[in-house]
Design a protein around this ligand. Structure first.
Ligand SMILES: Cc1cc2nc3c(=O)[nH]c(=O)nc-3n(C[C@H](O)[C@H](O)[C@H](O)COP(=O)(O)O)c2cc1C
Length: 263
């Protein structure tokens, strides 16, 4: 099993050491290979905000060489660990720059056969905010988020008790992540089904949406009225019905907005 670590800390400190412990735990469970992508060494350029990736396609991004290498790395892994310290109540700057390189994947998701483990460390605050943010983003990229783990590591000194508690959390995370990679993708939650239907409306009308988004959604067959989800997994029929109703409500709202704009 191949694991890619996207490391958002600029040093081999708390976050790196926590991932190393996960690596050790996972290697005790089976044949697991870790690759570390240290974002500080990747020297990613800042997104230029040109919108080309979203409107015309990722091949038109002026930074496409940087993004495509990273995207290939994620495709080559069975699971990806997104790891970041809390920096001023958010992900680190290098992690945010990395995420910005994949804005187009939020519109054109693709990592449905991949599992993700989210990890963050903090001196005290911000874990929930950071882990929720990462969960939302990599979820929209198509990853199934197996688990999120957050560790509080006080700057001065960590007590033996807290260290043991953190180790237990890491061992649990390693086990859940390993088992989740061994299993098939699970059925989507209601929120995931709703996201599919909302995106279907947003990206399903040529002329209204970005050409690259429309083409991608059409090619994937996701605009087919019978499409229930991005991938072929059982979808709860109640969730599907709620999704279809929401789709109709949203379509009506969009038609109204378009009519207003034409006035
Ligand atoms: C620039 C910077 C900003 C930070 N912001 C926060 C913060 O908002 N809240 C907090 O509790 N800890 C904050 N911390 C502490 C780190 O989140 C914490 O020490 C983390 O474990 C560092 O991870 P690392 O050793 O992998 O770099 C900050 C640290 C730095 C260097």
């Amino acid at each position: 099993m191949k694991i890619l670590v996207i490391m958002g800390s600029p040093r081999k400190g708390n976050t790196y050491k926590a991932v190393k412990k996960i690596e050790k735990f996972m290697q005790s469970l089976g044949d697991v290979e870790f690759e570390y992508l240290m974002l500080k060494d990747a020297n990613l350029s800042q997104c230029r905000g040109c919108y080309m990736c979203i409107m015309e396609g990722e091949d038109h991004c002026p930074l496409k060489e940087e993004s495509s290498v990273l995207e290939q790395k994620m495709h080559a892994a069975d699971g990806v660990i997104f790891a970041t310290p809390v920096y001023v109540m958010n992900v680190s700057g290098s992690m945010k720059t990395f995420i910005d390189h994949f804005a187009y994947v939020c519109h054109r998701p693709r990592f449905f056969d991949k599992k993700a483990l989210l990890l963050s460390t903090t001196g005290s605050l911000g874990l929930k905010r950071v882990l929720d943010y990462l969960k939302f983003i990599v979820g929209t990229w198509g990853f199934e988020v197996s688990h999120s783990v957050g560790l509080v590591i006080p700057a001065r000194q960590i007590s033996k008790r807290n260290e043991q508690e953190n180790d237990r959390k890491l061992e649990k995370a390693a086990l859940i992540f390993y088992n989740s990679i061994m299993k098939k993708r699970h059925s989507p939650e209601l929120i995931d089904v709703l996201a599919f239907h909302f995106q279907k409306v947003s990206f399903g009308k040529p002329g209204y949406t970005a050409p690259a988004d429309y083409a991608y959604w059409k090619e994937k067959g996701w605009l087919n009225p019978k499409a229930k989800y991005y991938v072929d997994v059982p979808v709860n029929p109640v969730y599907n019905a709620i999704g279809l109703i929401s789709e109709q409500i949203m379509k009506r709202k969009m038609r109204k907005e378009m009519a207003e704009l034409r006035k």
